[in-house]
Design a protein around this ligand. Structure first.
Ligand code: NDP
Length: 515
């Protein structure tokens, strides 16, 4: 691999910055168990108070390692390292920052097999999904924001016959916090740190304690990629402890958070009165709206994917399937017959399409939603139970059958609360306006999918749906330049493209007299 070097100009001096030589992976094993460490400054280290958390493989229920249970003292130390690095990193030439991001992207690519294996083991997702989606997208996130920062620009306002000119100076914010969830671990972790670093900030990042391994692997390549010590710090531990310490640290100026709506509300209550910049990407209860004139086969195949990919644990998954009356029975029967054939398998096997859900507590939460739906009178069409272990290795794993309900009213809990698992409901509609009414009868507003061959209708429905994202005749197609985020209880702010770079910079208007 070719590593670049470049020059950093600071305080009028030219300083040669060499990118570190390639390091050997030094994953630490305790017997057959992994021992994860925090990255603080240039050091990989345990939590200051020496406490640990178990790391569990969802497909087997086995403890596979341990991670630091970091606290406020560790965040304080990470803050000192980040704050020390900021004066240089914030004025580091854009080409150099971009080169560091590209180097890290290249290291992800180089280690993509080991990362995919780790992601599948840590999360329970099929290894084929980790290989085709999670790890390539983590690489793309870094590579994309390396290019984006090179193209980023800001505005100037020049009146006719000018006596003054105004321009917007977009400055890095300072030390920022990035907190990410467990469902797409490295994918969402890099989606946050890449724009933050590209824009010249120093970062304290916390991956979910449930799926920390790939972020920890990444932490071993940060210096090798050329980032100066302290620019990116990665602290592991529990949300209410180390996450909370990041959010309430008085000198961390912005929080980029992806996770559940209740956690987002809690973070907003803490960080709001401190006037921190916040981007909150939260939960969803996404409708798929199928009109009778849709391409039936394409809509069917994609709806199965949009409902059950990653065991339904993607914030963009469809969970409320709204079907026009004329095709309701035909679509329901075709869907249920296919879903009945979807059997969860060992995530580590290359032909597995559906794996384990992420934890025992999440499995129990999903089963609780299923039971509550039945008590509310919803009709169970398939699934509804624990799935059989696919093999001896997975005997103690967390497997849930893909589950389909009908006859649940729009106000039922199963149509209102985010399950974040392989559970969907089918509802019937008779008109475009009724479809919209059902789609919008939710507190959430992240994404929707619209299936029709009539693009005029698709446009009208997209305009009427309260969501940050609308897909027409497709799902999960992402162009990283587009704004990404939700409305209502799905969050505030937008990530992606210029939106992310704008979030991670502070605009200052500069007015210059020309006379
Ligand atoms: P959580 O809200 O439980 O956790 C998200 C992250 O926040 C984790 O790193 C967690 O740490 C941390 N955290 C928890 N409590 C606090 C706190 N008080 N202060 C700071 N950080 C805290 O979400 P999940 O991990 O369960 O993820 C699933 C949720 O994420 C779903 O609701 C899903 O819809 C949403 N999501 C939204 C996306 C979007 O783009 N809108 C994309 C993907 C998921 P720990 O794990 O240690 O508890």
């Amino acid at each position: 691999m070719h590593f670049d070097s470049s020059r950093v100009k600071s305080d009028g001096k030219d300083k040669k910055v060499s990118l570190k030589k390639k390091q050997t992976l030094h994953f630490v094993y305790l017997g057959s168990m992994l021992e994860l460490l925090n990255l603080i400054g240039a050091e990989l280290k345990p939590a200051q108070d020496g406490h640990w958390l178990d790391q569990i493989e969802p497909a087997t229920g086995r403890v596979t390692g341990r991670l630091p249970r970091s606290k406020k003292a560790d965040v304080d130390e990470a803050y000192s390292a980040a704050n020390e690095a900021f004066p240089i990193w914030s004025v580091t030439p854009i080409e150099h920052r971009a080169a560091c991001l590209r180097n890290l992207a290249a290291l992800i690519k180089q280690h993509s097999d080991v990362l995919a294996h780790a992601e599948s083991q840590d999360n329970g997702k099929p290894i084929s999904l980790a290989k085709s989606v999670d790890i390539p997208r983590a690489e793309q996130n870094l590579a994309y924001f390396a290019s984006a920062i090179e193209q980023f620009s800001s505005e100037a306002h020049i009146p006719a016959g000018p006596s003054h000119i105004n321009y917007t100076h977009r400055k890095p914010i300072g030390v920022v916090g990035c907190i990410s969830p467990w469902n797409l671990p490295l994918y969402l972790f890099t989606w946050k740190i890449a724009p933050a670093l590209a824009a010249g900030n120093c970062v304290i990042a916390k991956p979910s304690e449930i799926t920390p391994v790939t972020a920890w692997m990444l932490s071993q390549w940060v210096l090798e990629a050329g980032f100066p010590p302290g620019v990116l710090n990665i602290v592991h531990g529990l949300g209410p402890e180390v996450g909370q310490a990041i959010v309430e640290h008085p000198a961390i100026k912005a929080i980029s958070f992806t996770g559940g709506t209740a956690t987002g509300a809690h973070i907003a209550r803490t960080a709001g009165p401190m006037f921190k910049k916040m981007s909150l990407e939260l939960g969803g209860k996404n409708p798929a709206i199928l009109f009778a004139d849709c391409d039936f086969e394409k809509a069917l195949q994609t709806t199965i994917r949009s409902s059950f990919a990653n065991q339904g644990q993607i914030c963009l998954c469809s969970s409320r399937i709204l079907i026009e009356d004329a095709i309701y029975e035909q679509f329901r029967d075709a869907l249920v017959s296919k879903v009945k054939r979807m059997i969860p398998g060992d995530p580590m096997l290359s032909d597995t399409k559906m794996g384990a859900v992420v934890s025992a507590s999440h499995r129990d939460k999903i089963l609780g939603h299923i039971q509550a739906a039945q008590l509310e009178g919803a009709t169970l069409l398939c699934g509804g139970h624990l799935a059989e272990a696919p093999n001896d290795r997975c005997e103690k794993g967390y497997f849930v059958q893909p589950t389909v309900f009908e006859n649940a009213g729009p106000d039922c809990a199963i149509n209102q609360e985010e399950v974040f698992g392989p559970v969907i409901t089918l509802q019937r509609f008779h008109s475009e306006s009724e479809a919209l009414q059902l789609a919008n009868s939710s507190n959430y507003g992240l994404a929707c999918t619209i299936w029709t061959q009539d693009l005029g209708k698709a446009h009208r429905v997209a305009a009427g749906v309260e969501s940050g994202i609308a897909w027409v005749n497709c799902w999960l197609v992402r162009d990283l330049r587009t704004p990404f985020g939700g409305v209502k209880a799905s969050g505030v702010g937008r990530e992606g493209g210029w939106s992310a770079l704008q979030f991670f910079t502070e605009p200052q208007n500069v007015c210059v007299s020309l006379t």
